[in-house]
Design a protein around this ligand. Structure first.
Ligand code: PMV
Ligand code: MG
Length: 368
């Protein structure tokens, strides 16, 4: 391809700790970026074109007039991409830069070949991919594709499209590595957007409560990921937990305190390079999630995840990752030489090891 073609690469994510609690004020989560990627390829073209071959859309055309995006076909089927384009062009209009037609192709390794979902954050990654590709394509004195700008635009898009969510997945896909994360105050963000604050102002502001920090795991701590072969849907599970918040606030509060304690223990152990402390912190987080599951009557730890964890606990400690209910489990082990035994036990229990590793760089223009 010619030199004016830009490639961007965006990693998938896994939740490590602090799930559900991270949706509340002053609650931390730990997330990490993994080495399965979404890729965007963008170059000049005669018409604005998006190609999403894996979703069955070879060419989606759109036009831009005064910062507004008009699609040539029913765009309801790809809401994250549609909203990413709408927000981006509103931003471009505010900055005073004219649209320049391009063709953007997005491909993904985050789902398997048959379209099965692993829960590696594909909806967050697609937003980050589109935004990173566009910011790099339009890069100029006024538009620098910094991580902060990528995160903030993507978080606005993701939060608005989904109507909830911590955007920890957006942070992992944008920044890469291990992160400790606290979400922005969603009411504040919505208030600013509804109150007419421009996107260009909003991305330059400090977002109340938002905290994203790179952390390092103990040098000899290894993690392994297993897929339960069932896809989970986060939204209904979060609704159940929200019901607990309304109906039994003291139980919910107990969960928040327990989750916070577990996450702080992990973070503290990471700082001290203390593997045993970290493994104990993960186990503690699993215990509080199990209680939450019982209190809220929501199936966070499915039978497959329970099996996954029982096996992982012989070698270190395991827990569900993200909302649970299927998708992946994550395990932490101290002795690398034992991992193969654990993986074999998982396979025998019909759990597929995914062979994932840490991805350090986040959303970047790629070599290719
Ligand atoms: O399963 P996932 O990757 O969708 O993770 C959801 C994690 C929650 O904390 C339950 C929700 C969120 O947006 O953080
Ligand atoms: Mg999930």
């Amino acid at each position: 391809m010619d030199s004016s073609t830009i490639h961007v690469q965006v990693p998938g994510k896994l939740f490590v700790a602090g799930e559900y609690a991270v949706l509340e004020r002053d609650q931390l989560a730990i997330v990490l970026a993994v080495n399965r990627y979404m890729t965007g390829t963008i170059q000049e073209a005669s018409k604005h074109t998006i190609s999403l071959p894996q979703l069955g859309y070879d060419e989606i055309h759109f036009e831009v007039k005064k910062g507004e995006v008009f699609f040539s076909q029913n765009e309801k089927k790809f809401p994250f991409v549609r909203n990413a384009l709408s927000i981006f062009y509103q931003f471009l209009y505010e900055v005073g830069i004219s649209p320049r037609p391009f063709r953007l192709t997005v491909t993904s390794e985050l789902d398997d070949k048959t379209g099965k979902k692993f829960g590696l954050g594909s909806s967050a990654a697609i937003v980050v991919t589109v935004i990173t590709a566009l910011l790099n394509f339009y890069q100029c004195k006024m538009i620098r594709p910094s991580k902060e700008l990528i995160y903030k635009l993507s978080a606005i898009i993701h939060y608005q499209t989904q109507g909830n969510g911590s955007c920890a997945d957006i942070a992992a896909s944008t920044y890469g590595g291990w992160l400790s994360y606290q979400m922005f105050q969603p009411d504040w963000l919505i208030g600013e957007l509804e109150g007419g604050t421009s996107l260009n102002e909003l991305v330059k502001m400090d977002w109340p409560s938002l905290y994203i920090k790179r952390i390092s795991a103990p040098s000899r701590l290894s993690f392994a990921v297993g897929w339960t072969k069932t896809a989970a849907s986060t939204a209904p599970m979060v609704s159940h937990v929200q019901k607990l918040k309304e109906e039994a606030p003291s139980l919910y509060e107990e969960f928040l305190l327990g989750s916070r304690r577990a996450v702080l223990q992990i973070l503290d152990s990471f700082k001290r390079d203390d593997i045993d402390g970290a493994i104990e912190g993960f186990a503690e987080n699993r215990r509080v999630l199990k209680k939450l599951s019982a209190y809220a009557k929501v199936d966070i730890e499915t039978p497959a995840l329970k099996k996954f964890i029982e096996i992982a606990n012989k070698y270190g400690s395991g827990k569900s990752s993200g909302a649970g209910g299927g998708d992946c489990g994550i395990a932490f082990v101290k002795d690398r030489q034992h991992i193969d035994f654990m993986l074999k036990e998982w396979r025998d229990a019909n759990i597929e090891p995914l062979g994932l590793q840490l991805s350090n760089y986040g959303a970047i223009p790629s070599e290719e």
